[in-house]
Design a protein around this ligand. Structure first.
Ligand SMILES: Cc1cc2nc3c(=O)[nH]c(=O)nc-3n(C[C@H](O)[C@H](O)[C@H](O)COP(=O)(O)OP(=O)(O)OC[C@H]3O[C@@H](n4cnc5c(N)ncnc54)[C@H](O)[C@@H]3O)c2cc1C
Length: 437
């Protein structure tokens, strides 16, 4: 048997830096790979895949490490750590960015904003471009410019047999289709080429906290304001122990955004009002601390296609767990340019979504694990009646049933056929897996 030598920085369990490299965002994830290969080049990635296959080691692929299940970390397997490949270069003339496969969102935002440019990226800057884009990629610019995956012009990918291919509209077009929403199933992306947009550098955040007793009426009013909102505005809501917080983020001239605030403030008696102008870069890091590392985490996500009063009541209720254990329920509005993209254009499967819901639990004490997870499940259960599906990137422990809810059946069948072409042995299976058909 041939043996491919590993290149890059190879970490064994006894090496300094091993524990740091295997830690990911969710502190519940405590798995020990046999080897971690910190890849700095495409060749390192190719060699790592070949070596893992020759030695029958399961492969985990790490970019930002934000998969809630910690899918990047294989127990006893080989973890391909892309974080040394974190570079971003921007060409302001063509408005394109080249982003290495291990880059974090913050690196992309910073490099693009030097030129007043940006593309859709998520809301927390330490999330990976890799996982986020491959599963879709929702952010404050999506209602204007589509999801992150809609803004990819080409991918450079190492496939399961170690070949380096470019996927674009003209090269490997079916792979290009599948990588835009089908997750990490088809290969390891070593470089993304993104279309950027001129957005300036300014943003506005407006949020109003209301008493939970007024929560249903407030959410219904907020839903109606969202229905007529310009694309620069992305409405959000966050329902937690301190009340019902509704608002919007505006990217662009803050003065225009301010015009929307009066209607929101008028939804009821506010307990707290926040209207803040800030730079786009500050907006993109504002949740970095609250969504920081080292906590135990559990998420349950759903896509909602309507929000009647009964659903609003369930959101305000937040399940039947003890109050201190109930999750925070967050909603973010979709629509706009996300829906302009034809359904068949990319693998991403849920363009008709009205709101994305995430029930998020965060705690420290392992003794609370079971109760926290049960409370989050009970908070989301009554809302499934209003759900059109699920977002691949916020699936947690739903398994194959969750993947089936992320795609319409015909799309899932097309993805399974693509998987058969590019990864028939299911080498890349530590992900929200699409089995080869
Ligand atoms: C705090 C936080 C905030 C978030 N905010 C948003 C948001 O605003 N919008 C949104 O859409 N989502 C958001 N998400 C969800 C996020 O998109 C997913 O958790 C995503 O999987 C994270 O990607 P990652 O690269 O950080 O994670 P990782 O755990 O490193 O990777 C997850 C999976 O993606 C695949 N993968 C990653 N990189 C590559 C690559 N280069 N090539 C091939 N496969 C790869 C692998 O299968 C891997 O298992 C958020 C998650 C968290 C924890």
């Amino acid at each position: 048997m041939t043996t491919t030598s590993l290149t890059g920085q190879v970490l064994h369990p006894t090496d300094a830096g091993y524990d740091e490299a295997r830690s990911v965002w969710n502190a519940m994830v405590d798995r020990r790979p046999a080897l971690i290969v910190r890849c700095g080049t495409v060749t390192d990635v190719v060699n790592a895949i070949r070596h893992a296959r020759e030695h029958d080691l399961e492969i985990g692929v790490r970019c930002g490490g934000h998969s809630v299940l910690g899918l990047a970390v294989p127990a006893g397997g080989l973890m391909i750590d892309l974080t040394p490949m974190g570079g971003v270069t921007v060409d302001p003339r063509t408005r394109r960015a080249r982003v290495q496969g291990g880059a974090l969102l913050g690196a992309l935002d910073r490099a693009a904003q030097r030129h007043g440019l940006a593309t859709t990226a998520g809301n927390v800057s330490h999330t990976g471009v890799g996982g986020l884009t491959l599963g879709g990629g929702m952010g404050w610019l999506a209602r204007r410019f589509g999801l992150s995956c809609d803004n990819v012009v080409s991918f450079e990918v190492v496939t399961a047999d170690g070949a380096l291919v470019t996927a674009s509209r003209t090269e490997h077009p079916e792979l290009f289709w599948g990588l835009r929403g089908g997750g990490g199933n088809f290969g390891i992306v070593t470089s993304f080429e993104f279309q950027l947009h001129e957005i300036g550098t300014r943003a506005l955040l407006a949020s109003y906290l209301f008493d939970p007793a007024d929560g249903v009426a407030v959410l219904e009013g907020w839903r109606e304001l969202n229905a007529v909102a310009p694309r620069e505005a992305t409405y959000f809501a966050s329902i937690g122990a301190d009340g019902v917080d509704v608002g919007f983020v505006w990217v662009g001239d803050p003065e225009r955004g301010r015009r929307l605030t009066r209607d929101l403030a008028g939804l009821g008696r506010t307990r707290r009002e926040t209207v803040r102008e800030m730079s786009y870069l500050d907006l993109q890091t504002i949740d970095d601390a609250v969504d920081g590392h080292h906590f135990r985490r559990y998420w349950k996500g759903l896509y909602l296609d309507r929000l009647p009063a009964e659903a609003a009541a369930a959101l305000v209720e937040r399940g039947d767990g003890a109050e201190a254990l109930r999750p925070t329920m967050s909603l973010q509005a979709y629509g706009g340019a996300i829906q302009d993209v034809p359904e068949d254009e990319a693998a991403y499967g849920q363009r008709g979504t009205l709101f994305e819901l995430v029930a998020a639990a965060r705690w420290d004490d392992p003794a609370e694990d079971a109760d926290r997870m049960a409370a989050a499940r009970s908070a989301v259960a009554p809302l499934t009646a209003y759900s059109s599906g699920m977002y691949l990137n916020t699936l947690s422990d739903e398994g194959a049933a969750g993947v089936r809810r992320a795609f319409p059946p015909a799309k899932l069948a097309r993805l399974a056929a693509l998987k058969r072409s590019y990864d028939p042995a299911n080498v890349f299976h530590l992900n929200q897996n699409i089995a080869p058909a």
